[in-house]
Design a protein. Structure first.
Length: 292
């Protein structure tokens, strides 16, 4: 499988997730070790608890970088350039989070980030701890997410880097069409783990609608809801080139560190291969809608 000029061993990628030190003392360092052992790519979150430079130096596998747009354009530009300098191969620009969703369940259970947790990629910009940033909202807005994110901002970010840019968080066919016309390299169909906006469709429901409006060869990936090899096959059948997993590898990281991450990806890969055989598909290219 080739994606954005990179050769992948299989179509299962680690999605960007924040605050890995919540579940393991080594945080993203351990996740990257597991990703490399599983022969997969890890997408590093802007809100990682290990700085991208430290992570890139320690990682033996390929890294992509997920970008949240900061209200200060210079901070955003610095993040983009740091990620590129660190050797990240793709920039995943999250476009579905100009604010953080209300997340009422977190409020009901009294969830709060530990005071010592750091936003490692934003420390150079003087950003506070993750705990403080999480509490700094004035109404629905925060001081670390740009609520004015629009297509002009996407164009500016494209002018700052030579990396392939993928828009993460696309559900609307209309947005997918605009993105394709603007020359974006790829799309990640995702509803942000169903954590930002309730009643939106699942990623697998939105995927075929997005694919129907695309006319070119824009690479489309699916993020969210992947728990079994059958989920991977369904996503590929509807047109996705690869899938991203989030919660499964975080659960595995919490249980057994890098070995857990490696095993979680390995289980999905084995299930994928079994499903392909049982569906009579000898290669990823043979997976089409007829398997549904």
């Amino acid at each position: 499988l080739e994606l954005f000029g990179q050769r992948l061993g299989h179509p299962i990628i680690l999605a960007p997730t924040a605050y890995h030190k919540l579940v393991h003392p080594d945080g993203e360092l351990e996740s990257a070790r597991g990703a490399a052992a599983a022969n997969t790519t890890m997408v590093v979150s802007t809100f990682a608890t290990v700085a991208i430079e430290e992570l890139a130096e320690a990682a033996s596998g390929a890294l992509w970088f997920q970008l949240y747009v900061h209200p200060d354009p210079q901070i955003t530009r610095d993040l983009v350039q740091r990620a590129e300098a660190a050797g990240c191969r793709v920039l995943c620009l999250t476009v579905d989070t100009p604010i953080v969703g209300l997340r009422e369940h977190e409020r009901r259970v009294g969830f709060a980030l530990p005071p010592e947790l750091r936003l490692a990629n934003l420390e150079q910009a003087g950003s506070p701890s993750a705990h403080s940033a999480h509490l700094s909202a004035n109404g629905i807005y925060t001081d670390i997410l740009d609520p004015t994110l629009d297509w002009d901002a996407v164009a500016r970010i494209r002018s700052w880097t030579g990396l392939p840019i993928v828009l993460k968080g696309v559900l609307s066919p209309a947005d997918a069409r605009i993105a394709e016309k603007s020359g974006i390299d790829g799309l990640i169909v995702s509803n942000h783990g169903a954590r930002n906006l309730d009643t939106v469709p699942s990623a697998i429901e939105a995927l075929p609608r997005v694919m129907e409006v695309l006319r070119g060869d824009t690479a489309v990936l699916l993020d969210g809801g992947v728990r079994r090899g059958t989920d991977v096959v369904k996503a590929l059948a509807y047109g996705a080139r690869a899938v991203l997993i989030g919660r499964p590898y975080l659960w595995a990281l919490a249980v057994d560190g890098a070995r857990g991450v490696q095993r979680a990806v390995g289980m999905l890969r084995a299930e994928l291969e079994a499903v392909m055989v049982l569906c009579g598909r000898r290669s990823l290219a043979e997976i089409d809608r007829s398997v549904i």
